[in-house]
Design a protein around this ligand. Sequence first.
Ligand SMILES: NC(=O)c1ccc[n+]([C@@H]2O[C@H](COP(=O)([O-])OP(=O)(O)OC[C@H]3O[C@@H](n4cnc5c(N)ncnc54)[C@H](OP(=O)(O)O)[C@@H]3O)[C@@H](O)[C@H]2O)c1
Length: 314
Amino acid sequence: MKILLLGANGQLGHAFMKSRALALRGEVVPATRQGCLDGRPCHSADLADTASLNALLDRVQPDLIINAAAYTAVDQAESEEPLATRINGHALAVLGGWAAKHHALIVHYSTDYLFDGTKAAAYGVDDTPSPINAYGRSKLAGELALRASGASHFIFRTAWVYSPHGRNFFLTMLQLAKQQPELRIVNDQFGTPTPASLIVDASLAAVDQWQLAPPAKRISLEGTYHVVSDGVATWHDFATRIFRKASDAGLLQGTPKIVAVGTGDYPTPARRPAWSVLDNASFRHRFGFELPDWRDGLDDTINKLYSEVNGPTC
Ligand SMILES: NC(=O)c1ccc[n+]([C@@H]2O[C@H](COP(=O)([O-])OP(=O)(O)OC[C@H]3O[C@@H](n4cnc5c(N)ncnc54)[C@H](OP(=O)(O)O)[C@@H]3O)[C@@H](O)[C@H]2O)c1
């Protein structure tokens, strides 16, 4: 199987690149905007340039397209919505059109920011999206374009993604904890921190089952799922546990004081949903895949980071 990995330098893309499980499934062809960070040979791919995207697909002829690339600058998207929509929306029509014609499977990622955050319970996959910012609208456009393309696909909506690599809240907190004795952290937005490695494992479990299924049954597996850890946290809860666990593991000398603040104390160009908890039950049941509590995922990520810094424990 030939696997085209778009966005190989991003947080999720990097987790795929590191995954031995992905390499075992076929020939991985990474594609990025500026060459692979780990020095591997890399195809050039710009999702804003649809003509070059088609040429890349024709050259690579993938059986599986994993789209980990996206315009993810949530605040900047407010002033660049057309560009965000081209990358997160229109590009999916191109990828989907090619995949439908060539019988390739697409794995695509979407977001909790599709929802407005006013629901009193976890959002199900069939709840009506109602994004409150430009990034959310651009990601919704991508979902609609991919579904309309007729390609075999999985759309995995995820949230609050973090890993030991890339730009994310987890690493930012560890960095700030070394620089500042006191941090003000938002305590009125609710979601579920989800490790990138969990999304990789869940995605591959679904792809495996799709490939093993008889062709007529594959369509019943395809579609949209929520791939997030279990449980609910605020950014304040997340930061508190990051500091405690990192300190226990010896990654931090002491923990900063954390002051809980409201979203209103931290104005940003883009509005964020106050409640973006996603119900992951349909993924768990359909694929028999466990999505552990966010605290377990965090503890595991801290252990991995400890091993990277200090070498593996015996
Ligand atoms: N991070 C989260 O909390 C979160 C939450 C919900 C959903 N998601 C979704 O999960 C997926 C992966 O996100 P992530 O956290 O891995 O994001 P990320 O770290 O920002 O990575 C995104 C990657 O996309 C690439 N990219 C941006 N514009 C591109 C373009 N025009 N052409 C080609 N590549 C382009 C970036 O390339 P450069 O390296 O060149 O900038 C970057 O490597 C995305 O679909 C995102 O919407 C993420």
